[in-house]
Design a binder for this molecule. Structure first.
Ligand code: GUN
Ligand code: ZN
Length: 446
């Protein structure tokens, strides 16, 4: 493939110096960023590749979302206004249990389309119990970068038929990891995904951690400490706080990502810090399910790695990195001070810090030479956004004002996924009508 020189209006790099570059170009060759240079250094008249000018667009690294449930996209708006355990028992578990291959495929496609057109280029997805290979097929064809894995459930008091045996869960996860880990030139990786303490035996939690060691670059991904009734039940069953229990099982390390961590004790914060466990913060989900507000400024102060995720569509009800950034900033301010979670830091949570959480920061998360070409271009030239072109106002626009309407171009692994705001892969009218039909079919199976 020919080298391409991108010449945007400005480049928000998310590099260690937080540089914003103007009159600069980014060269991509195949799937890699090969050069970042000032226009005065480049002889564009004699350039031996393609030159693309975007004089009104702002180039940023693609967003990284570290907690997603693609299998739930179909259920958006069908499970509102419930608290976590009711929501799972009455709605989400029966819905997930009713998926067939077709409904799961549509759910994944609709979710991936929304993510990519909203500027998200990497996800950590929790998957579902059955037909996980369908999600992998869609991740592969879509071009998105993903760590994904089958959701593991071997006990289920909320919906007893929505589970599988410990042995089946472990064996299927292992087979899927063998089949999909590090596929597509490393764009697709396996993430082991025991769902949460209340749906997993000790054996499953422990053996999964041992199994994950064989797959270098995989992630151990689960929910933790999300809701008060959930942690009370964990305490009743295991005589420990949620994170203390994980620590006791030896599953916490720098390859573990815990979604939520809303209710944590001092001892648990100490454990997260000591083990270098990562947190996927999901502010919309935490508000909508009434779970609470995670003390993110405290975690960050302690040096715990925090990143952002939309969670599933039925507890959000969007999959937008912009919404999560805005809320992540706003919900902390009344408790701490408006000075915490400033726009630049929150932008980093959604880009380079997401990459760090996934141990992918050598490859993605910022615009630097040698990293993968996972790039997004935003149109910030709108009267609905800040008119100032100061650096602070650029971060302010991205975190506080933008919506996915601002996303114009999306490149993942060097491939164009979105051009002029339109997906090159999906037809949204088709997704709507086919998705609606699959939802109707699924509801008949419950
Ligand atoms: N805990 C266990 N399963 C889930 C889920 O699907 N979503 C959320 N938010 N929390 C969970
Ligand atoms: Zn979740």
């Amino acid at each position: 493939m020919e080298k391409t020189l991108l010449i945007p209006k400005q480049i928000v790099t998310a590099n260690p110096e937080n540089e914003i570059l103007r009159n600069f170009a980014v060269e991509i060759d195949g799937n890699v960023i090969t050069r970042i240079a000032s226009l005065s250094e480049i002889d564009t008249g004699n350039y031996d590749g393609l030159i693309l000018h975007y004089p009104s667009l702002t180039l940023i690294p693609g967003f990284v979302q570290t907690h997603i449930h693609l299998c739930q996209t179909l259920f958006r708006g069908c499970a509102d206004d419930l608290e976590l355990l009711d929501w799972l028992q009455k709605k989400i578990f029966p819905f997930e249990n009713a998926h067939d291959e077709n409904s799961l495929r549509m759910s994944a496609k609709i979710g991936i389309n929304e993510l990519i057109t909203g500027g998200t280029t990497t996800i950590l997805d929790m998957g579902t119990i059955n037909h996980q290979e369908i999600i992998f097929e869609e991740l592969i064809t879509s071009g998105i970068r993903a760590i994904a894995g089958k959701c593991m459930v071997d006990i289920n008091d909320l919906l007893p038929e929505f589970r599988e045996s410990t042995e089946d869960s472990i064996r299927t996860s292992y087979d899927l990891a063998k089949q999909f880990h590090d596929k597509e030139n490393g764009r697709i990786k396996y993430g082991f995904a025991p769902r949460f303490v209340l749906s997993c035996t000790e054996k499953l939690l422990k053996e999964t951690a041992l199994m994950a060691e064989e797959f270098v670059g995989s992630i151990y991904h689960t929910h933790s400490s999300e809701n008060k009734s959930e942690i009370e039940e964990v305490r009743r069953l295991h005589s420990k706080e949620n994170i203390e229990y994980f620590n006791h099982l030896g599953i916490l390390n720098n390859w573990t990502i815990l979604a939520h961590c809303v209710h944590t004790s001092e001892n648990e914060i100490e454990i997260l810090k000591r083990t270098d466990t990562r947190i996927a913060h999901c502010p919309s989900s935490n508000l909508k399910l009434g779970s609470g507000i995670a003390n993110i400024p405290r975690y960050i102060k302690e040096g715990i790695k925090v990143s952002l995720g939309a969670d599933g569509a039925p507890c959000n009800n969007n999959l937008s990195a912009f919404t999560e950034m805005r809320l992540a900033a706003l919900i902390q301010k009344p408790f701490h001070s408006p000075t915490v979670m400033n726009a630049q830091n929150v932008f980093r949570l959604a880009t380079i810090d997401g990459a760090k959480a996934l141990n992918l920061d050598n490859d993605i998360g910022s615009i630097e030479v040698g990293k993968k070409a996972d790039l997004v271009m935003l149109n910030l030239e709108s009267p609905n956004l800040s008119l100032s072109e100061e650096d602070n106002s650029i971060y302010s626009n991205i975190v506080y004002s933008c919506t996915k309407e601002s996303v114009r171009e999306v490149i993942i692994d060097g491939e164009w996924n979105v051009k002029s705001g339109r997906s090159l892969l999906y037809d949204e009218t088709e997704l709507y009508f086919e998705g609606q039909q699959e939802l109707k079919n699924l509801l008949k199976r419950i």
